[in-house]
Design a protein around this ligand. Structure first.
Ligand SMILES: *[C@@H]1O[C@H](CO)[C@@H](O)[C@H](O)[C@H]1NC(C)=O
Ligand SMILES: *[C@@H]1O[C@H](CO)[C@@H](O)[C@H](O)[C@H]1NC(C)=O
Ligand SMILES: *[C@@H]1O[C@H](CO)[C@@H](O)[C@H](O)[C@H]1NC(C)=O
Ligand SMILES: *[C@@H]1O[C@H](CO)[C@@H](O)[C@H](O)[C@H]1NC(C)=O
Ligand SMILES: *[C@@H]1O[C@H](CO)[C@@H](O)[C@H](O)[C@H]1NC(C)=O
Ligand SMILES: *[C@@H]1O[C@H](CO)[C@@H](O)[C@H](O)[C@H]1NC(C)=O
Ligand SMILES: *[C@@H]1O[C@H](CO)[C@@H](O)[C@H](O)[C@H]1NC(C)=O
Ligand SMILES: *[C@@H]1O[C@H](CO)[C@@H](O)[C@H](O)[C@H]1NC(C)=O
Ligand SMILES: *[C@@H]1O[C@H](CO)[C@@H](O)[C@H](O)[C@H]1NC(C)=O
Ligand SMILES: *[C@@H]1O[C@H](CO)[C@@H](O)[C@H](O)[C@H]1NC(C)=O
Ligand SMILES: *[C@@H]1O[C@H](CO)[C@@H](O)[C@H](O)[C@H]1NC(C)=O
Ligand SMILES: *[C@@H]1O[C@H](CO)[C@@H](O)[C@H](O)[C@H]1NC(C)=O
Length: 761
């Protein structure tokens, strides 16, 4: 009723509009092919004017030229190759009211094909989709028509990519199949398909299942779904970043998925079907992510160790133990800590390390360690290592760079070769970045190196009874000349010779392995330059043969195998003339006597030490008693005080604070001895003084070498005298008596700055 009413209303309205428009319009339009044209086609557009006026024609608002027929009120234009919707219109000049038409180009529909229909189990409606292969651009109607009931037609509009959708209910649940034909039509044409037969049991699609809950152990997961009465379920699961696995199971059994990995997040999805041969698969369920439980790690850690070069306790050796992180699948959980147990004669001593740590230092003798990784469930099997002090070999290895990041190493079968070797390496000065590999042969390719870096390493033969280790120095791939030059400093100078040291080049500016230094010396008044080579890591040089009272300039450069770096700062200096030398000697001697007097005066201040004063005065007598047998030593052997002894070291970087050496267990007579040596020193020639300073340095270097000799480690960064290395250096005239006596004493009265003796100006 209501629709008929609406229709009649529309007809009336249209009539009024049409008559009104006709009466008022200045023109009427005509096209040769209607409003819808084939895309790319030609047609004629024309206007017939109802009055005499200046005629105008427009295309999309732009005025265009037209053809006019003589003695006619009609004007027209031929349009070629129309590809986009366009508006054509005509107008009388001065009259704003136009007449016009919108023309849309498009395609006629193609034959409908690829009908797919689905019957959703819950709704009972059937949804079908079919296509014509391409969009028609213009409005196109789709019709689905039942063969057995021609009046039953479902219409819809084709979407822009050429698909038609229809949803319709099934009239009778007894139907087992349907026969339909498809018809697509637009103003350019229509196409009809052959009849299609739809077998209803093949298009039944169960509703989407749901995973309600997943319960997991470390190796399997059990899926709980919403209640379903269907027989076939497909499960799809994948570890994060892992391969996707698919499993089809009979849903009557439990949805139990086994052979999973511990401590891994899995994503599960399921879909279902009525029977293997019936119906369609449902959509995949929403994914559910679950992490399997942890298990105790079952892989032994890869552990290695190095002997520390400088033992802290004299009778025990110290070892740095390193271990590698377990990979994710071996860890089987989150590693919470590492358990490091040291076993020695006195028993077991376990300690716990933070999970981020990969090294631990332990000091012990005749001991072994075990290291294991601990997660919330348990700990990995212990890795046992007996801590040996390895015997050091050298000159058994060769290296050949393969590319910027790897080097091939070769070595001779070491004297007692084991079945396995460990090759380790680390950037010079950064032992914590150690890496190691285990190899069976006598060659190894080490990788992960950086160009412009210098590495130290070693090959260790694992075999009874002890370890043999062959060090590999200066491993590098790509090198260039150092970026920075060393800054030279004077240790001492005389009228004819000079003792010189220079700063160490920082690791980051070495750009390879330092090989040597060159010291350049130029006399101010002359052109020629002398140069001296010093092998790395020595950083000291005594230059002789200088002229007294002359001024010089010197500088130092560093070398890698790739070449020479720039020079550091210039060091200008003048040698003292002979007169100055005598003067400085007098001043030095005078100063020494003054100092000695001051010390004595201090002692005399206290009545309680007057005895000592007297005694010590004996020490200054021309006949000097043996300190150990002196009266002073016998009387005051148990007296205790404090001595702080300051030494400026030429060996260390000059910027550094002087080392503060605490001297203990030295009885008083050593002061006397000290004063003795001092007075001797001041009277001896400058030449001997210089020589002795040099001796001390060489001694330091050799001592250092001896201490680190048991181990391939070489602490290049270690500037400055280490107390432990420097202290037993018994060749020094200054230190000998202090060490040999070994009583207990420290002084704060006497503070001697070595540099005052050494610096001449
Ligand atoms: C449309 O006109 C052009 C040029 O006038 C001609 O080349 C072309 O064949 C015509 N196209 C059709 C479909 O008639
Ligand atoms: C028709 O126009 C389209 C786009 O404007 C162009 O690619 C095509 O070559 C033209 N065809 C003819 C026959 O001019
Ligand atoms: C089934 O289709 C009919 C007709 O298209 C529609 O009215 C009805 O809402 C549909 N039912 C469902 C559950 O989609
Ligand atoms: C229709 O189905 C056939 C074969 O099943 C296929 O090759 C073709 O690409 C499909 N057409 C469209 C438009 O999807
Ligand atoms: C047309 O329908 C098809 C099939 O459902 C769909 O994939 C496509 O996205 C639709 N195109 C547009 C423009 O909506
Ligand atoms: C297809 O639809 C068009 C337009 O509605 C109609 O003229 C034509 O008869 C239909 N063809 C068939 C086979 O139903
Ligand atoms: C599944 O069915 C059982 C009994 O038939 C009922 O107790 C349970 O609540 C149902 N579960 C869900 C998720 O519907
Ligand atoms: C799942 O399967 C594993 C091995 O196949 C079995 O050990 C486990 O008990 C099963 N879990 C359940 C809940 O059935
Ligand atoms: C560390 O490991 C040792 C050796 O397996 C074991 O005896 C000790 O209990 C462990 N300590 C801890 C805290 O787990
Ligand atoms: C090695 O041990 C030191 C402490 O001795 C620690 O500061 C450092 O972080 C450790 N390095 C690594 C890589 O674990
Ligand atoms: C090696 O590294 C240097 C410096 O980074 C670079 O200039 C050179 O091209 C690299 N050579 C190769 C073969 O990658
Ligand atoms: C090391 O690398 C070289 C060159 O790539 C190769 O020929 C050799 O087999 C490698 N050696 C080992 C032990 O991997």
């Amino acid at each position: 009723m209501s629709s008929e009413c609406t229709r009649s209303l529309l007809v009336v309205l249209c009539f009024i509009l049409a008559t009104g428009a006709h009466g008022g319009k200045v023109c009427t339009v005509r096209t040769s092919k209607g409003e819808k044209v084939l895309l790319g086609s030609n047609f004629t557009f024309s206007c017939i004017f109802n009055e005499q006026c200046t005629k105008l024609m427009f295309r999309n608002g732009t005025q265009i030229k037209y053809k006019q027929f003589p003695n006619s009120s009609e004007v027209s234009v031929d349009v070629h190759n129309l590809t986009a919707p366009s508006t054509f219109s005509c107008q009388c000049n001065g009259n704003p009211e136009p007449c016009g038409i919108d023309i849309k180009p498009g395609y006629p529909p193609d034959v409908p094909q690829n009908l797919t229909c689905v019957q959703k189990m819950k709704s009972g409606n059937i949804s079908c989709i079919w296509t014509t292969g391409r969009g028609t651009v213009i409005d196109t109607t789709c019709q689905l028509r039942f063969q057995d009931d021609p009046h039953l037609v479902y219409k819809s509009i084709m979407n822009s990519t050429g698909f038609c959708h229809s949803t319709f209910p099934i009239k009778s649940s007894k139907l087992s199949q349907l026969s339909v034909s498809l018809n697509v039509s637009n103003s350019l044409g229509f196409k009809t398909s052959h009849p299609h037969t739809i077998i209803l049991s093949n298009i039944v699609k169960p509703s989407m299942p749901k995973i309600v809950h997943v319960s997991c152990s470390s190796r399997w997961c059990n899926l709980h779904t919403d209640n379903h009465s269907l027989n076939v379920v497909e499960i799809q699961y994948s570890a994060v970043n892992g391969i996707r696995s698919t499993l089809q199971i009979n849903a009557k059994s439990r949805l139990n998925i086994s052979s999973l990995r511990p401590y891994t997040t899995y994503k599960f999805q399921i879909r279902r079907k009525i029977k293997h041969s019936v119906g369609l698969w449902s959509d995949w369920s929403q994914p559910k992510e679950v992490k399997t439980k942890e298990e105790a790690p079952d892989t032994v850690l890869d552990v290695w160790y190095l002997q520390e070069p400088k033992p802290q306790q004299s009778n025990r050796k110290c070892f740095r133990i390193f271990w590698k992180e377990l990979n994710l699948s071996d860890a089987k959980g989150k590693i919470l800590k590492y358990n490091i147990s040291v076993l020695n004669q006195t028993g077991i001593n376990s300690s716990i390390a933070d999970p981020r740590r990969r090294n631990k230092t332990t000091c012990c003798s005749h001991c072994s360690v075990s290291v294991s990784a601990v997660n919330s469930v348990g700990q990995s099997p212990d890795k046992f290592l007996y801590l040996h002090s390895p015997g050091l070999f050298s000159g058994f290895t060769q290296q050949r760079p393969l590319n910027n990041h790897s080097v091939a190493l070769f070595w001779q079968k070491l004297a007692i070769a084991g079945p396995e070797y460990v090759v380790h390496w680390y950037p010079v000065g950064n032992i914590e970045a150690i890496q190691w590999i285990r190899v069976a042969g006598i060659t190894a390719n080490i990788t992960g190196l950086q160009p412009l870096e210098c590495y130290d390493g070693a090959v260790t033969a694992l075999g009874s009874p002890g370890l043999k280790i062959a060090s590999i120095k200066d491993i590098s791939t790509w090198q260039s000349a150092p970026e920075e030059g060393p800054d030279p400093y004077l240790c001492s100078k005389k009228s004819e010779s000079l003792n010189l040291t220079w700063s160490e080049t920082p690791q980051r500016t070495r750009r390879g392995c330092l090989k040597k230094y060159t010291v350049y010396l130029k006399e101010n008044s002359k052109e020629d330059i002398h140069n001296f080579s010093v092998l790395h890591p020595n950083r000291q040089l005594v230059i002789g043969g200088l002229s007294p009272g002359q001024c010089y300039i010197l500088w130092v450069t560093a070398w890698t195998d790739a070449g020479e770096g720039p020079k550091g700062s210039d060091l200008p200096f003048c040698t003292p003339s002979d007169a100055e030398k005598t003067l400085s000697l007098v001043i030095l001697a005078g100063g020494a006597v003054l100092l000695a007097c001051l010390i004595l005066l201090c002692f005399c201040q206290f009545t309680s030490v007057q005895k000592r004063f007297l005694c010590c005065c004996q020490c200054l007598l021309p006949i000097i008693p043996d300190p150990a047998n002196s009266k002073c030593a016998k009387t005051y052997a148990d007296d205790k005080g404090e001595i702080m002894f300051y030494l400026d070291q030429c060996e260390s970087s000059v910027n550094e604070e002087p080392d503060n050496v605490e001297v203990e267990e030295v009885p008083y007579p050593s002061i006397c001895t000290y004063i003795k040596s001092f007075s001797q020193e001041s009277s001896s020639s400058d030449a001997t003084q210089i020589t002795r300073i040099t001796d001390m340095t060489e001694d330091y270097i050799s001592t250092h070498g001896a201490i680190s000799g048991g181990e391939e480690e070489d602490d290049d960064d270690d500037t400055g005298l280490d107390e432990f290395e420097f202290f037993p250096s018994t060749h020094s005239p200054f230190l000998e008596p202090l060490v040999l006596t070994g009583g207990k004493l420290t002084l704060d009265v006497v503070k001697i700055d070595c540099s005052e003796f050494l610096d001449c100006t």
